[in-house]
Design a protein around this ligand. Structure first.
Ligand SMILES: C[S@@+](CC[C@H](N)C(=O)[O-])C[C@H]1O[C@@H](n2cnc3c(N)ncnc32)[C@H](O)[C@@H]1O
Length: 241
């Protein structure tokens, strides 16, 4: 997809993840064969995401990068049937698990992209098409030499923001203080965004605990929540979610 305003060339090839081995249950394995054709969005070269074709309606679309095992993902989708959700994940057991939940809960408003979210957003998701973006407990890449692998980093943040519609939100949560500060500074310095709060956001009651969050909380971790909004710019249509 053409996007001349963005030059991500220096960063594009640096992956934000390492594929974890992870044991697969029989149910997950079966779901990947039987349910993926129904609930995973096919990734085809040069083909843009068409939310109306995927969901059969024009409801606002919220994407989540790195849903892990997808527990919070399906619960949020279940609680908000008038919003469509697209979960992007490379961890195959997690995709299998979420496929089972979509089937068991009968969720019409949640679909999966089993693919690198960065590549998918760049090549398949139209600009200004998302009403929201969730990033919960992303890999923190704590070593300085690995900071270039962070999902929230200069060179990638512009891509994420370009996919948000005016008025759409970016909701980021981590328990790693250094990554939280880095992200707050980065988003404050990014054109086209404004913080919905003075500093960190209060806990958003509608967000269920994720698997990594439960683990962090057991270890006495603290959640840092960040909630920014894409601002209206001249030439854009104002939409409020
Ligand atoms: C630390 S885990 C957190 C999972 C979940 N959000 C939670 O809180 O339990 C981060 C997840 O992001 C996924 N991830 C990282 N970069 C990704 C990318 N570019 N595309 C898709 N998934 C990605 C990883 O596979 C991993 O499952």
């Amino acid at each position: 997809m053409e996007d001349k305003a963005l030059d991500l060339a220096p960063d594009k090839s640096i992956r934000t993840y390492v594929l974890r081995a992870g044991r697969m249950t029989d149910a997950q394995r079966k779901a990947l064969v039987e349910l993926a054709p129904r609930y995973c969005v096919p990734v085809r070269p040069g083909e843009a995401l068409d939310p109306r074709a995927v969901f059969g309606n024009d409801h606002p679309l919220v994407a989540e990068i790195g849903f892990g095992m997808g527990e919070a993902t399906w619960r949020i989708a279940q609680a908000n049937p008038a919003i469509n959700y697209l979960g992007l994940e490379v961890h195959t057991p997690g995709v299998g698990r979420l496929l089972c939940q979509i089937e068991d809960q009968g969720l019409e408003n949640l679909r999966i992209v089993h693919f690198d979210a960065v590549e998918y957003l760049e090549s398949h998701v139209p600009a200004a098409s998302l009403a929201g973006l969730h990033i919960f407990y992303p890999d923190p890449w704590p070593k300085k030499r690995h900071h270039k692998r962070r999902l929230l980093r200069p060179g990638l943040v512009e891509l994420l923001v370009s996919r948000l519609a005016p008025g759409a939100y970016l909701y980021f949560v981590t328990d790693v203080a250094d990554y939280a500060e880095w992200t707050l500074d980065l988003l404050r310095a990014t054109a086209g965004l404004k913080n919905r709060h003075q500093d960190y956001a209060p806990h958003q009651e509608w967000r269920p605990e994720t698997k990594f969050e439960a683990r962090a909380n057991r270890d006495g971790g603290q959640a840092f929540e960040i909630l920014f909004e894409k601002v209206w710019q001249q030439g854009n249509i104002r939409i409020t979610y």
